[in-house]
Design a protein around this ligand. Structure first.
Ligand code: NAD
Ligand code: WQD
Length: 337
């Protein structure tokens, strides 16, 4: 049966794709986003793709009174909490802003949920919480994020675990995403980073569309199949379906449980570049430069727990990811602008 889901950060990259899946599954969405890293056009396009309305509120999570108004006078069944700042380098440079936005923002949200009797939440965590633990990463691997951004995720995970331990009526899913890429197959919504992209696939796509010159490969002397970094890239629509599976698991859940959302397969930077060239239909200029400080050689999930307990697996291939990213980028060369 359709539920009413409060989606924080629903105008963002992963949030907008998850909203499409939620609406298509018959759920009703109330969305809170301060648009600090997103465009209202994403919400319009989600409505256009699904033919359904979203109750959108341009509100900052730190605005407790504003958030209270969103909960007041309606029944919310569960929250999916995407809202957060996520740029690794920016987090190192602006720790107070990152801790305030991500950690305090979550505390304000949880407090508001509690006051309104809402105790089911799915939280966007990250594989970055595993720090340098070796792949394949299982959920019981030691946690120890290295940077400020990752530590905001680790702290929020701990807060949620402590909450579930103290108040057994809470049901909490921590989803640890690996490397989300791709876009909706319509080409109408996708990833639209502000400024020069930090992440590999948006960077490649901006080279392909002529906004940037050439791809910089950060090191080819890692101990990997071709010397370049290996990651578990996952299509954003697979990620979106993982949120539906997590929501469905809540009624049976006791306390707080973490799940990896990844494919379990790692691809190198050069393999990703090859797949992008196949999708775009031309070679893309690249050069090998120094390693990026802080990067891991290899990171990929053991996705067994999500398969066993959520009945979820990622289905889309590396070629699907690149074709869909390219459709989005080529149809929207300047993003939502
Ligand atoms: P995004 O920046 O596209 O989306 C986040 C959204 O949250 C944006 O629309 C932004 O405006 C909003 N937001 C931020 N702070 C807010 C606040 N204080 N109040 C209200 N809205 C606020 O990022 P995304 O890639 O869609 O990521 C969604 C979540 O998943 C984030 O929590 C991110 O840390 C996490 N995550 C992302 C990745 C990734 O590589 N994209 C990987 C692992 C985890
Ligand atoms: C992927 C690979 C780079 C850019 C980051 C965050 C992580 C998570 C996902 C939120 C690496 C290489 C990259 C480029 C390159 N986010 N690369 N040239 O670093 O695995 O993860 O996003 O939770 O926390 O750290 O993703 O896309 O930046 O890099 O060669 O221009 O591509 O070295 O091997 P990363 P990425």
């Amino acid at each position: 049966m359709g539920q009413t889901i409060l989606v924080t950060g629903g105008a963002g990259y992963i949030g907008s794709h998850t909203c499409v899946e939620l609406l298509n599954a018959g759920h009703t969405i109330v969305c809170v986003d301060n648009l600090s890293n997103s465009s209202p056009v994403a919400i319009e396009r989600v409505q256009e793709l699904t033919g359904k309305e979203i109750a959108f509120h341009e509100i900052d999570l730190l605005d407790a009174a504003g958030l209270d108004g969103v909960f007041a006078g309606r029944r919310i069944d569960a929250v999916i909490h995407f809202a957060g700042l996520k740029a690794v380098g920016e987090g190192q440079a602006q720790p107070l802003r990152y801790y305030q936005n991500n950690v305090t923002g979550t505390l304000v949200l949880l407090d508001c949920m509690k006051r309104h009797g809402v105790t089911d939440i799915v939280f966007s965590s990250s594989a970055t919480v595993y720090g340098r633990a070796p792949a394949p990463l299982r959920e019981d691997a030691p946690i120890g994020a290295e940077g400020v951004y990752g530590r905001t995720k680790e702290m929020i995970e701990r807060i949620l675990q402590d909450l579930a331990a103290a108040e057994p009526n809470w049901r909490i899913v921590l989803l640890r995403y690996f490397n989300p890429v791709g876009a909706h197959e319509s080409g109408r919504i996708g990833e639209d980073p502000r400024g020069i992209p930090n992440n590999l696939v948006p960077y490649i796509m901006q080279v392909a569309v002529g906004r940037l010159d050439k791809i910089r490969v950060f090191g080819n002397d890692y101990d990997t199949k071709d010397g370049t970094g290996v990651r578990d890239y996952i299509h954003v629509l697979d990620l979106a379906s993982g949120h539906l599976a997590a929501l469905e698991s809540l009624p049976k859940l006791k306390g707080c449980r973490a799940f990896n959302l990844g494919t379990g397969t790692g691809y190198s930077v050069l393999e990703m570049l090859g797949a992008a060239e196949r999708a775009v239909g031309k070679t893309l200029a690249h050069e090998v430069v120094d390693r990026r400080p802080g990067d891991l050689a290899v990171s990929y999930a053991d996705p067994t727990r999500a398969k066993t307990e959520l009945n979820w697996t990622a289905k889309k291939t590396l070629d699907d990811m690149c074709q869909d990213s390219w459709r989005w980028q080529s149809q929207n060369p300047s993003g939502y602008e």
